[in-house]
Design a binder for this molecule. Structure first.
Ligand SMILES: Cc1cc2nc3c(=O)[nH]c(=O)nc-3n(C[C@H](O)[C@H](O)[C@H](O)COP(=O)(O)O)c2cc1C
Length: 192
C-alpha cells in the first residue's frame, strides 16, 4: 500500500511535522510504503490558471508538481497535514492543492478521474492551530472544506480529520494528552 503524505508547515520540528510523523509511524507499522513531502522546501509554483490542464488534462507547469502528480495518481492513501494560517491552510499546502486543478480538469472536463485502484483511496487530514478550537474559530472549518475539495478532486472519497487547537509554540503538540496517540492510531487505521 502506497501512502503519500504532505507536510504544509514551514517550521522544522514544528507541531504539524511532529503530528504527521506519528501518523506515518502508524502507517509504516502496517507495512505501508510512505513518501513524505515537506512542501516548504519544494519547487511548487502557485497555479497560473493558464488553461493548460483544461486542454490537456494534465498540468503543463514544469516543477516538482510533475512528480507529485504522478505520486498522487499512484497513491492508495493521502495524508494532508497543515498548520492553520489566517483561518485556512498554509500557503505551502494551498499552493500544492491549487495545482491539483489539473485533476479537476481531467475528472470533470475530460471524464478521466484518477482510477480507484485495488485498495480504494482514503485520506487523512491533520490540522493544528494556535487558537482555541471552538465555534468562534472558523479556521478548522475553513481548512476542512478546502481539504475536502482537494480530496474529492484527487478522487479520495473518504477522509478522517484530526484537528487540534491551542497548539501554538513549537513543541506544544508534545504536551497534548491525546494528539500523538490519535495520529499514530489514525495512521495505522489508514493503512489497514
Ligand atoms: C502566519 C500565521 C498565521 C496564523 N494564523 C492562525 C489562525 O488563523 N488560526 C490559528 O488557530 N492559528 C494560527 N496561527 C498559529 C499556528 O497555526 C500555530 O502556531 C501552529 O502550531 C503552527 O504549526 P507548526 O508548528 O506546524 O508550524 C498562525 C501562525 C502563523 C505563523
Amino acid at each position: 500500500m502506497k501512502v503519500l503524505a504532505f507536510n504544509g508547515s514551514p517550521r522544522k520540528g514544528g507541531n504539524t511535522q511532529t503530528l504527521l510523523a506519528e501518523a506515518v509511524r502508524g502507517a509504516k507499522e502496517m507495512g505501508a510504503e510512505v513518501t513524505v513531502h515537506d512542501l516548504n522546501w519544494m519547487n511548487i509554483r502557485p497555479c497560473q490558471h493558464c488553461g493548460g490542464c483544461d486542454n490537456e488534462a494534465r498540468c503543463i507547469v514544469l516543477d516538482d508538481m510533475q512528480v507529485v502528480h504522478q505520486e498522487i495518481r499512484e497513491a492508495d492513501r493521502i495524508i494532508l497535514a497543515s498548520p492553520i494560517f489566517f483561518f485556512g491552510l498554509s500557503a505551502q499546502t494551498k499552493a500544492m492543492v491549487d495545482r491539483c486543478q489539473a485533476f479537476w480538469a481531467a475528472k470533470y472536463l475530460h471524464g478521466k478521474p484518477i482510477p480507484e485502484g485495488l485498495q480504494g483511496r482514503k485520506g487523512l487530514l491533520l490540522l493544528v492551530g494556535g487558537m482555541t478550537k471552538d465555534e468562534k474559530n472558523p479556521g478548522f472549518e475553513c481548512s476542512g472544506v478546502t481539504a475536502k475539495a482537494f480530496f474529492r478532486t484527487v478522487n479520495v472519497p473518504k477522509h478522517e480529520t484530526l484537528g487540534y487547537g491551542s497548539i501554538d509554540e513549537k513543541g506544544a503538540i508534545l504536551k497534548h494528552p491525546t494528539a500523538l496517540q490519535e495520529a499514530y492510531e489514525a495512521g495505522k487505521a489508514l493503512a489497514k
